[in-house]
Design a protein around this ligand. Sequence first.
Ligand SMILES: *Cc1c(COP(=O)(O)O)cnc(C)c1O
Length: 453
Amino acid sequence: MEETKIYLSEKEMPRQWYNIQPDLPKPLPPPLHPGTKQPLGPQDLAPLFPMALIEQEVSQQRWIDIPEEVLAIYKLWRPTPLCRAKRLEEVLKTPARIYYKNESWSPPGSHKPNTAVAQAYYNKKEGVKRLTTETGAGQWGSALAFGCNLFGLECQVYMVKVSYQQKPYRRSLMETWGAKVTPSPSDKTQAGRNILAQDPNSPGSLGIAISEAVEDALKREDTRYSLGSVLNHVILHQTIVGLETKAQLKKIGVEPDILIGCVGGGSNFSGFSFPFIPDKIRGKKMRFIAAEPTACPTLTKGVYRYDFGDTAQMAPIVKMYTLGHNFIPPGIHAGGLRYHGDAPLLCLLYDEKIVEAVAYPQNPVFEAATLFARIEGIVPAPETAHALKAAIDEALKCQEKKEEKVIVFNFSGHGHFDLSAYDSFLAKKLEDYEYPEEKIKEALKHLPKVPAL
Ligand SMILES: *Cc1c(COP(=O)(O)O)cnc(C)c1O
């Protein structure tokens, strides 16, 4: 009988991250400066990020050593287990085998510290004393608070004001790890004061919080800014997830047929799946499925165009699938994964049809989440439940066709801080929402005009 949990020892933990850039079917279109619309140079990014991360952003080196100091911290929770969802297979009566890589194992409860710890390390090494960032629900803020604390950096988090008021326990978690949390918009930055002058009761938004965090970092010589998804270096750090998964499957002699992850900005999906992509490019039969909400259908309904990374048009312009930088997720949406774009690396692979995508409304997603909690025990983050829903759908297809496929999905995090969303679901208050085509057409009119490259 196969074990339910497949472990790696700390000695078997990967010591290098995998950089997919040299293995892409075509080169990544360059990011552009939001003002001049010319390709960005390292000097444009230096006020925001340490040089080591800027170098990783454009590196063409396939394998990049994980620093010893980062490995030492990873060992607090890594390697994470690969679990077989045997009880779920039985309930679904599927001949498929379902595995999940359990990233909820980390102290902040998600995959996010894989990059937060690495980013804190490189900033510390280059003499930075303080990091700023934004957070919505607080998952990224808590991961960065955790990472900064371990390397003795100050951490300033601008938290979207409605979330600050509605999710006090995420704030408590960040403060326990020593971070300073400020509700955004705040009177600490010009960007925040401008918004407050127009509307003193503004509930805030991720876009506004980004502007505040960036302005704060630019104002102080000892401070840099940190981003938790989308960028190439973030995905690089997350490949530890896929590399471990590969080693774990090898250990039990199992070849995956279908790899699944949920997509907000694309970091957990990409980190989990990219180490397997070269196998597919070399001809191995394998499917990669990215799962997203119908309320924010970036891959399934967006367009592959250059767009601003943020609403305030301060972030670089990148080529990605986008719903338009003015996209505002509907208020009824409780399932996370709200970013208007996705990681350029993932978008290129989706455009090349190496990766597929599916979108789900939130009620079926929460049904899958509740089923999993009742059968396998762990309460998934609503984001994670999108991947779970896709895994269940594929397992049911295997049941119809009597196929013994191996399905592996990334369990990006637990839902212990998302119980108010579960409350709404259990009280039947969640509404399904399909983002309308007309809104996408409208948004396209506002995409930036960029010179032919
Ligand atoms: C942040 C988060 C996501 C979405 O972000 P990606 O960059 O797409 O990975 C998914 N799951 C969990 C648990 C998260 O915290």
